[in-house]
Design a protein around this ligand. Structure first.
Ligand SMILES: [Zn+2]
Length: 130
């Protein structure tokens, strides 16, 4: 199932889930405080999603230079936009900044360069035939 959410929102959501998962795993270790090595194991396993969330937050910071802000034509609010196609941060309206893809059926595949190029090529061929 494809989740219709803004990409940046989704990435942040994943990072938050990781933080909670890590904390929950570490907390579960408390039940085994009688056996130190099990407690240590829980803390170690719990540390993995926590470290991953840090990596994700760092990565969001890295890609934020590629994020552009566009005004959503549906709700008129400025939304953060990543890639060629993305959903509005607020009203989940599908948006595109690619002129070739305007008016086409929304598909997140268009964020993949070769799929997007293939689609545009096929579209041009169809136009030539008609
Ligand atoms: Zn909107």
């Amino acid at each position: 199932m494809e989740r219709k959410t803004n990409k940046i929102k989704r990435i942040r959501g994943y990072a938050l889930i990781m933080v909670f998962a890590g904390l929950i795993i570490m907390y579960l270790g408390v039940f085994f405080r009688e056996t130190p090595w099990v407690l240590g194991l829980f803390i170690l396993i719990g540390f993995i999603p926590l470290a991953l969330s840090v990596v994700i937050y760092f990565w969001v910071g890295m890609i934020s230079t590629r994020i552009i802000t566009v005004e959503c034509p549906n709700c008129n609010r400025p939304t953060k936009f990543l890639g060629r196609v993305d959903y509005c941060y607020f009203c989940k309206e599908p948006l595109t900044i690619d002129k070739e893809l305007e008016g086409e059926a929304f598909n997140l595949d268009y964020n993949v360069q070769h799929r997007r190029d293939k689609f545009v090529e096929e579209k041009k061929q169809k136009e030539d035939q008609s």
